[in-house]
Design a protein around this ligand. Structure first.
Ligand SMILES: [NH3+]CCCOc1cc(-c2cn[nH]c2)ccc1C(=O)Nc1ccccc1
Length: 313
């Protein structure tokens, strides 16, 4: 029963006020008693999930496989009712945009590089998020964005080129092929949503907004932009996240393309090890140069610093 799960949780966490809620869950601020660290406690609303909780299992399984500086960390889950997540004191990116009306080009670029970093990373792990919107990005204490809510993500068994059918996410951010009910590729639809997000960051309002959903769909299908790259109606002509990483606009004022890998991937590439053996070596915690490299990389990334592994001369 959820009640004794909650009782057990209270041995390890002090629970404070609610910091957010969606149809499927409520999120409360909590403190991890042993460390004093603040965390976000996500409490599933069992009623709205029904019995089989597919959405919760989808989210927990995905978050256990994802470790990246711009993806909200899962620390602890208790049998699909409670999730203990990384706490982001800066709140929702959505509220931040509203507060500032809209962002400067430089601030938009700083945030957008992190958004592209997270999307490139989850796609590299064969996940499509399918609900990318400002409400699903939280700002941590270092102005880093963290992606949340993997409840409708997909990890197609046939790989990332596999066509999906289920229509999900917020219509204002949904790709044309998705709202037309066509078979679509998750990662390509994610790029459309990311393009809508960029528009909202720069302009302070959504490009396709209308109280009447059918009129909104008409605007989405019209694709009124010259030179569209992300909000390109034809999914085959839409820019890929790989081409975004070193897109001229994203490179302006920066010396390197968007860093999208997490430390394990970066180390396996640098040391020319397989991912499996990198993870095996790291899990031994030998506190040798491998441990040092991993922890120092993690520390640099968590402070939003670009990392470069140098070969000794
Ligand atoms: N609109 C989202 C409300 C707050 O939701 C969260 C906040 C944090 C958070 C806040 N600070 N740090 C992390 C972490 C996760 C969530 C979340 O997953 N919310 C959610 C997703 C789907 C349905 C219902 C709720």
């Amino acid at each position: 029963m959820a009640v004794d799960d909650y009782e057990k949780l209270l041995k390890y966490y002090d629970v404070h006020e609610t910091i957010g809620a969606g149809g499927f869950a409520k999120v409360k601020l909590a403190t991890h008693i042993f460390t004093g660290e603040k965390v976000a406690l996500k409490i599933m609303n069992k009623e709205s999930h029904g019995d089989d909780l597919p959405r919760v299992k989808t989210e927990i399984d995905a978050m256990k496989n994802l470790s990246h500086q711009n993806v909200c960390r899962l620390y602890h889950d208790t049998k699909k009712i409670f999730m203990i997540l990384e706490y982001c004191p800066g709140g929702e990116l959505f509220d931040y945009i509203i507060e500032k009306d809209r962002l400067t080009e430089d601030e938009t670029r700083m945030f957008f590089r992190q958004i592209v970093s997270a999307v490139a990373y989850i796609h590299s792990q064969d996940y499509a998020h399918r609900d990318l919107k400002p409400e699903n990005r939280f700002i941590d204490g270092d102005q880093n964005l963290k992606l949340i809510d993997f409840g409708v993500c997909a990890k197609p068994k046939g790989g990332m080129d596999y066509h999906l059918m289920i229509c999900c996410g917020n219509p204002a951010y949904a790709a044309p092929e998705l709202i037309q009910g066509k078979a679509y590729i998750g990662s390509v639809a994610d790029i459309w949503s990311t393009g809508v997000l960029l528009y909202a960051l720069m302009c302070g309002y959504q490009p396709f907004d209308d109280d009447n959903v059918m009129l909104m769909y008409k605007k989405i299908m019209r694709g009124k932009y010259d030179m569209p790259q992300m909000i390109q109606v034809d999914p085959k002509r839409r820019i890929t996240v790989r081409h975004l990483l070193n897109h001229p606009w994203l490179m302006q004022g920066y010396s390197c393309p968007v860093e999208w890998q997490n430390c394990v991937t970066e180390m396996s590439v640098f040391y020319k090890w397989s991912k499996g053996s990198t993870l095996h070596l790291l899990s031994k915690w030998d506190y040798d140069q491998t441990t040092a490299t991993y922890l120092l990389l993690l520390s640099k990334k968590s402070h939003g610093k670009p990392v470069r592994l140098m070969r000794s001369s």
